[in-house]
Design a protein around this ligand. Structure first.
Ligand code: B12
Ligand code: SF4
Length: 457
């Protein structure tokens, strides 16, 4: 039996220029190895002959009737392309299974293009669907991970992908889910709030295997690496003898635990991405980010940095509390906190989240064109800014933060953070190139102050 797994093309190219992407990926064909499909391959029962097609690497793939089943994964930005591929394969008589975050959020929409939809983890769903096909049982329309919630997180079959195609060729997922419940986030909405950890042995084996191929630096592609402090400590102790370096993302409550922070650093942790969203307490309340107070952010950040762990901040612009001044305040905060990197996506009401339901109810969604759900397009009616102002504030924030003057103030020359310097310079070069190509001046918050961009309500 032949199974083809497909990662649909990334509409990142609709956000920015292809040559800017080439600069961002340092010449590699794609940014991130699709671990989701490598996991699907790993859980497919033995009799299946599996192949992975990553359109982010190969470009547009044409449907071929040479397989029994095609299984396609999609986050929201990939959904439209996933449906085109699914329709093309079904026309050839090939069975199609859809899975991943978007089909899990909107299974009824996905079922218009597929024979079955796997909701949630592949580990608890895909083997059941494939077994039904092998045993000639009719496919169920949906397979839900909650019917098999204890299926262990699998070790991905990365041997089916070429690491040289990816800038991040060694992502490793160590945990799944998040115990918190922020209103805008797909993770608790789709995967529930039960935080799940992979077996430490499985992680160490995956790392050792990658080390045999020369890898020394790993990205733990979790939502919240430290959702369970006890487990994270155990993993750090096992990592220490391997002398690897790693980075991940986690919630800021890690600042409560000096013992864990010390173990993380000793096990090779170089940096963490923190989902800060906003330094404005009212905005955190709006997002139901209730587990932390924004006015404790600076002190918490200092406590983590004291362990020589670099911090990247992720902010979100466009909550009902936000105007351009609060967006500027977020950038000022990021400077003050000495964050080595930061990003400023526009609030995006992803299907499945409370924000999506709320904006739909309030008739504030401007479009359900999933290609536009990319964090760079305003897809809902903001309250205190126009869509244009919000987008301008976002780009002003990026430009302000990554200007060489700002990078110099944040990163300093000693101790020299080579990789952070390179990343900051690459992003600044990308931004400058983008506006040069578009023939537009580099945006700034002064555009609001000088009245070049009109103020909101
Ligand atoms: C790495 C990463 C990226 C990478 C690329 C990932 C990739 N492989 O293509 C990069 C940096 C490029 C990226 C970009 C973006 N990302 Co991102 N990213 C992640 C992150 C941190 C890890 C992804 C990962 O590898 N997970 C590990 C795998 C194993 O998990 P998984 O993909 O969910 O797969 C499991 C199940 O979903 C299911 N499954 C998945 N696919 C399939 C397919 C089949 C057939 C089946 C049966 C099952 C199945 O089984 C898998 C194993 O259990 C996730 C957070 C997260 N925890 O997933 C966010 C996440 C996926 N990203 C997200 C977002 C919003 C974005 C951006 C829009 C951000 C932005 N503003 O730029 C862009 C969009 C890029 C684009 N293509 O246009 C959201 C997705 C929301 C949504 N509804 O789509 C997430 C969930 C973060 C979050 N909590 O909000 N991202
Ligand atoms: S803490 Fe992060 S991963 Fe967890 S629900 Fe909130 S935004 Fe999502």
């Amino acid at each position: 039996m032949k199974l083809r797994l497909i990662n649909p093309n990334s509409p990142l190219t609709t956000i920015t220029l292809p040559d800017v992407i080439a600069r961002m990926t340092m010449g590699r064909k794609a940014l991130f190895m699709p671990v989701n499909l490598a996991i699907c391959a790993a859980v497919a029962p033995k009799m299946w002959n599996v192949e992975i097609v990553d359109e982010c690497v190969t470009g547009d793939h044409s449907a071929l009737g040479d397989v029994d089943v095609v299984a396609i994964g999609a986050m929201t930005t990939q959904a439209k392309r996933a449906y085109v591929l699914a329709d093309a394969y079904r026309k050839l008589g090939v069975k199609v299974i859809l899975g991943g975050i978007h089909p899990s959020a909107l299974p009824n929409e996905a079922l218009q293009h597929a024979d079955a939809v796997c909701i949630g983890d592949a580990e608890g769903t895909l083997p059941r669907a494939l077994n039904d096909l092998v045993t000639h049982r009719p496919l169920q329309s949906t397979y839900h991970w909650r019917d098999n919630p204890d299926a262990p997180i699998a070790t991905p079959r990365k041997d089916l992908l070429n690491p040289r195609d990816y800038l991040v060729y060694n992502p490793i997922q160590t945990t799944r889910g998040c115990p918190h419940d922020c209103t805008f986030c797909t993770t608790p909405a789709i995967f529930g709030r039960k935080f799940r950890q992979r077996s430490v042995r499985g992680i160490i084996e995956e790392i050792k295997d990658a080390m045999e191929h020369g890898s020394r630096f790993f990205i733990f592609s979790d939502d919240n690496f430290a959702g369970n402090h006890k487990w994270a400590l155990e993993l750090c102790h096992e990592l220490m003898p391997l002398k690897v370096k790693w980075a991940s993302q986690c919630d800021i409550l890690i600042s409560n635990n000096d013992k864990l922070l010390a173990a993380m650093r000793a096990s090779g942790c170089q940096g963490l991405i923190l989902g800060l969203e906003s330094p404005n307490p009212a905005t955190l309340t709006e997002a139901q980010k209730n587990y932390v107070k924004a006015d404790s952010y600076l002190e918490r950040i200092r406590r983590i940095q004291a362990h020589h762990i670099s911090l990247w901040g992720s902010f979100i612009f466009g909550f009902d509390n936000d105007d351009w001044r609060s967006c500027q305040a977020a950038v000022t905060f990021a400077h003050r906190a000495g964050l080595v990197m930061s990003c400023y996506p526009i609030l995006t009401p992803y299907p499945g989240t409370a924000v999506f339901e709320e904006y739909k109810r309030q008739e504030r969604l401007l479009t359900e064109d999933w290609d536009k759900y990319n964090g760079a397009t305003v897809v809902f009616e903001p309250k205190r800014m126009t869509a244009e102002q919000l987008r301008h504030a976002q780009m002003a924030a990026f430009c302000d933060f990554y200007r060489p003057r700002s990078a110099f103030a944040r990163l300093k020359l000693w101790p020299f953070k080579k990789n952070s310097w390179l990343a900051n310079l690459a992003i600044w070069r990308g931004l400058r190139y983008y506006y040069h190509k578009k023939g537009r001046p580099i945006p700034s918050f002064t555009d609001f102050a000088c009245g070049r961009i009109e103020e909101g309500n």
